[in-house]
Ligand binder design. Structure first.
Ligand SMILES: [Zn+2]
Length: 241
């Protein structure tokens, strides 16, 4: 029983160290992750804008080229009209000219639309390009900061994590579950008795109970906060190596 309590308390010491270590990184890991996602989103939108501009430009130049071809055709029809012999042939050419002019008007509307759409897309893309430059710089800066912090803390973290795994090997799943539940609710699961009080909630522990706890025969919980109580002696002799 004493070993079980000692193992649990060791686990708590390791968890406290790990918590402190991870806290020292502050919100840097989250900030880097958030910035990276934002950069990626902007890059995607810029690519989409560029693709839309390219399609628009291709369509516009195709229609401009076809318009010129139609104008040339109309000129040809008009020349032909001067040479035809019958009204029927003349009317047929007039019909061709009308059709070509209708297509030209449609193309002119399309070209105007492409132009104004392209302006809107271009303005949006420019704004995103500018935003991206700022964000990418910010991301690079935060990544550097994180790298520096990790360089200092990562080795220490790996050591603590492997010690934690060693400690876990001596802890039964049920005990770990109780430990985790109290830790999640209270921050710390185990409270050494200090000066006759629970060091978790500072309520007085009855002297009779303190004597029982010192025997290490079973697990006692603080009646006020629910933490597992251990003797001051056991806490003192359990140290991080
Ligand atoms: Zn308590």
């Amino acid at each position: 029983m004493k070993n079980k309590l000692r193992s649990l308390y060791m686990l708590q010491l390791l968890d406290a160290e790990l918590d402190e270590l991870r806290e020292s990184r502050g919100d840097l890991p989250d900030a880097v992750e958030g910035l990276a996602a934002h950069v990626l989103e902007l890059q995607t939108r810029i690519e989409e804008s560029a693709a839309a501009l390219k399609i628009g430009a291709t369509e516009r130049s195709r229609k401009e080229k076809e318009t010129l071809e139609l104008i040339a055709k109309i000129d040809k029809y008009k020349t032909q009209q001067l040479q035809v012999q019958s009204n029927k042939e003349y009317d047929a050419l007039t019909h061709e000219i009308d059709m070509a002019e209708t297509v030209i008007r449609q193309y002119e509307e399309d070209i105007e639309r492409f132009t104004s759409e392209a302006e809107t897309i271009k303005a949006k893309k420019d704004a995103h390009d500018e935003q991206l430059v700022g964000l990418a710089a910010e991301l690079a800066e935060k990544q550097e900061e994180l790298k520096a912090v990790l360089a200092v803390t990562e080795e220490e973290e790996n050591k603590l994590v492997s010690k934690r795994e060693e400690a876990l090997a001596h802890i039964l799943p049920d005990d770990l579950e109780v430990y985790t539940r109290i830790r999640n609710a209270r921050g710390k699961a185990i409270a050494p008795i200090r000066r006759g009080s629970c060091s978790g909630c500072y309520n007085i522990v009855p002297p009779q109970l303190i004597l029982e706890i010192k025997k290490h025969n079973r697990v006692y919980h603080c009646e006020h906060c629910g933490r597992i109580l251990i003797s001051e002696d056991l806490a003192a002799e359990t140290k991080l190596g």
